[in-house]
Design a binder for this molecule. Structure first.
Ligand code: R1P
Ligand code: URA
Length: 284
């Protein structure tokens, strides 16, 4: 492997910070909460005891501080797996690459990444205003096809790949090592499930406004294959964490029940409940 990275490959800003996240290594804690919406960042950091770093560029807003004596970061990723590609590579560069020398460090540092997102359920029995922890994830977005192949095999993935009926979409399947041993943080979560991540909110998730989606039975078909909920980031977070050697766990608040046509009228209250529930568990 080439050890010295060219300026075009590891792009830095004038102050030496990573190009998109606009962060220096000292701006980041080892526990990182990832949220999609930039407005969710202050909703999380308001619970911190101190906030020492506030930086942003584009949709990437970061606050770092302390909670109950432990350092913690919350960062917005914006929407989609293409943003997660940037977030994961630049977070990893902050801890595992010497930015000044542009060389890989010899000691590997593993970050703990907690996604706090929103999602839609495709299992009619999974009710809105509850949290769902992702055990397995199906990536229908395509990002991980550009990296070295990584697939895991278990009963869920074997069954899913065997029966997935859409020939022009190539699923990639991942899991969180943490989720398999979920008792670490989220043992009392109401729902655990298999999440599908999509490269869009409308037809990719089976929504039809003025345009027809691939299949009228899309939600039912994926639910029959064991999928419980839909969102737009977790496949890339779990897949790239696995490849880069970080720990990741997603909790999504269910704000839509797609099979019953329901949307959580007070989704801001559920978001608050999720933030408090997660912060109580990841820092005791
Ligand atoms: C779509 O509205 C967005 O909401 C969900 C999806 O994954 C997508 O990013 O997550 P966030 O609430 O974290 O943004
Ligand atoms: N986020 C999604 O991606 N889909 C939903 O249905 C709700 C939130």
């Amino acid at each position: 492997m080439i050890n010295k990275l060219a300026d075009s490959e590891l792009v830095l800003n004038d102050d030496g910070s990573v190009y998109h996240l606009n962060l220096l290594p000292e701006d980041l804690a080892e526990k990182v909460i990832l949220v999609g919406d930039p407005d969710r960042v202050p909703k999380v950091s308001k619970y911190f005891d101190t906030i020492d770093v506030k930086k942003n560029k584009r949709e990437f807003y970061t606050h770092t501080g302390t909670l109950r004596g432990e350092r913690i970061t919350v960062m917005s990723t914006g929407i989609g797996t293409e943003n997660i590609d940037i977030v994961m590579n630049e977070l990893d560069a902050l801890v595992n690459i010497d930015l000044k020398a542009k060389e890989f460090k010899t000691d590997h540092k593993a970050l703990e990444l907690f996604r706090l997102g929103t999602c839609g359920s495709v299992n009619p029995d999974i009710e809105v205003n509850n949290m769902l922890v992702t055990e397995n994830v199906v990536g229908l977005d395509g990002l991980l096809h550009f990296y070295q192949d990584y697939q895991f095999e278990n009963e869920f993935s074997k069954n899913f790949l065997e029966k997935f009926p859409y020939a022009n979409i190539k699923p990639m399947l991942y899991f969180s090592d943490w989720a398999k041993d979920i008792s670490d943080y989220y043992a009392d979560a109401k729902y655990r499930g298999n999440t599908a991540t999509f490269p869009g909110f409308y037809a990719p998730q089976g929504r039809q406004l003025r345009l027809k989606a691939l299949d009228d039975q899309f939600l039912e078909t994926l639910n029959d294959l064991g999928v419980s909920n839909f969102e737009m980031e977790t496949s890339a977070i779990y897949g790239l964490s696995k490849l880069l050697g970080h720990k990741a766990l997603t909790v999504n608040c269910v704000i839509a029940n797609r099979r019953r046509g329901e949307f959580a009228s007070d989704h801001h209250a559920s978001e608050k409940m999720m933030i408090e529930w997660v912060l109580e568990r990841i820092i005791k």
